[in-house]
Design a protein around this ligand. Structure first.
Ligand code: PLP
Length: 449
């Protein structure tokens, strides 16, 4: 029963990214079942999952093709590793399939078990690469404030989340941060194009300050996800590309959220015309049904790694065969149902139009989005775009109202975020936006009375 599980949970379970005290006062929400874009909780309430779990359940819940692929693989070969010159068909097939979907000259894949492990792999890989080029002093990796690259030590160090760094020892040496291209939050009143250029040029300033001979790579999410769906001004990425080329700095793109159709492209690197040296993916690679990540490696780094002797790096669950089998089935369904195309031409624009209509709500200072990811900024005053006092927790109030109405939205501070399954229909989008509007109304009543 619900109360028994809540008591056991409070007694024994430490949750990720959760204030345990607040949790115990309220009791854990227990999710028991999923089907399509919907979840059911332990009280039988139906909830539209506007976040696709953690931005990952792209094909929605209960897909038979994925379930059957996992079951078949569990019977055939439930586990084997990729170490010491062995492979299994699923990892090899998946690497070859991904190579056909990736941008630029990315023809090689290194498998991991998660997004965080991808970013740990990136740190070791870029330093190893420069060592193979006789440049071991190229160690520094430049990232951005408010980026999210995972929770392992290297992932959290690359990330720019202040509360994570404040909990000790981070960032690690030779990992530094520049400002993010967050126009609404940090560029109010400034020309968007100029703001984008100025934020990108911080990379150049940082490289010159450190000395280009010390810098190994720049890493960024095409659209910062967990930082608040921060869509950079159009001027930003071209300038970052120019700077990386000019100073011979590797470009690493973290597509853990953006990859696999989220933006209406297989990878957002296509949308921004990036040709990264390394690209991280996870989450949507299996629609979240199995844990899996992969680092795609472009020609130049691949040549260095292949010629550079053994790379002493890997995980027991690198390219787990069941996860790879599910990823292959996931990609096959996406291709058979033209999911990426549908997001690009139909459900993406439809959602963005409907979502933009929330911009007229008195609590909303901005709406933004691309494909099937979107955000809105809660403000105390629409005209001046003045924000609520930070202690008020406006975002959390909105998130709780939304959940009670049967919609999962995420709050990052006072930024409300959605990232629904890519199979969402127009009718379900109408329901999502309708519930978001109701949640805003209730939030208005709670905060303004
Ligand atoms: N990178 C990005 C951009 C992410 O959004 C996330 C997770 O949200 C990660 C990395 C970490 O992935 P994981 O939680 O699978 O370790």
């Amino acid at each position: 029963s619900r109360s028994r599980l809540q008591a056991l949970d409070a007694a024994h379970h430490l949750h990720p990214f959760t204030d345990s005290q607040a949790l115990h006062q309220k009791g854990t929400r227990i999710i028991e079942k999923g089907e399509g874009v919907y979840l059911w909780d332990a009280d039988g309430n139906r909830i539209l999952d506007g976040m696709a779990g953690l931005w990952c359940v792209n094909l929605g819940y209960g897909r038979e093709e994925l379930i059957r692929a996992a079951e078949r693989q569990l019977r055939q070969l439930p586990y084997y590793n990729l170490f010491f010159q062995t492979t299994h068909p699923q990892a090899t097939e998946l690497a070859a399939t991904l190579a056909t979907l990736l941008p630029g000259d990315m023809q090689h894949l290194f498998f991991t078990g998660s997004g965080s492990e991808c970013n740990d792999t990136v740190v070791r890989m870029v330093r190893h690469y420069w060592a193979t080029q006789g440049r071991p002093e190229r160690k520094v990796i430049i990232s951005r404030h408010n980026a999210y690259h995972g929770s392992t030590l290297a992932g959290a160090a690359l990330g720019g989340m202040k509360p994570m760094h404040a909990q000790g020892g981070l960032p690690l040496p030779d990992i530094v941060h520049i400002d993010q291209p967050y126009h609404f939050g940090e560029g109010q009143g400034r020309d968007e194009h100029e703001f984008g250029l100025e934020r990108a040029r911080q990379l150049e300033r940082k490289i010159l300050e450190l000395g280009p001979e010390r810098v190994a790579a720049f890493i960024g999410e095409p659209i910062q996800g967990a930082g608040g769906v921060i869509i950079p001004p159009a001027s930003y990425w071209p300038e970052i590309k120019r700077i990386c080329r000019q100073y011979d700095i590797l470009l690493v793109v973290d597509e853990v959220i953006c990859g696999f159709g989220r933006t209406g492209h297989w990878f957002a690197s296509e949308y921004y015309d990036l040709q990264p040296d390394l690209l991280c993916m996870a989450k949507g690679i299996t629609s979240g049904y199995m844990p899996l990540g992969a680092v795609a490696v472009g020609g130049r780094v691949a040549a260095g790694l292949i010629g550079g002797g053994e790379f002493f790096h890997g995980f027991t669950y690198s390219g787990h065969p069941v996860a790879c089998a599910v990823a292959l089935a996931n990609i096959a369904v996406m291709q058979a149902e033209n999911i990426v195309e549908r997001v690009h031409t139909d459900t993406g624009p439809y959602l963005q139009r409907a979502w933009a209509s929330l911009g007229e709500h008195p609590l909303v200072g901005e709406t933004r989005g691309l494909g099937l990811v979107a955000a809105l900024e809660l403000v105390a005053d629409r005209q001046s775009k003045r924000r609520f006092a930070s202690g008020l927790g406006a975002g959390l109030v909105c998130r709780e109202h939304s959940f009670d109405l049967g919609l999962v939205m995420r709050a990052v501070g006072d930024t409300m975020i959605i990232s629904p399954p890519l199979v969402i229909t127009r009718a379900e989008i109408d329901e999502l936006v309708g519930k978001a509007r109701q949640a805003l109304d209730l939030t208005y009543q709670t905060l303004m009375n």
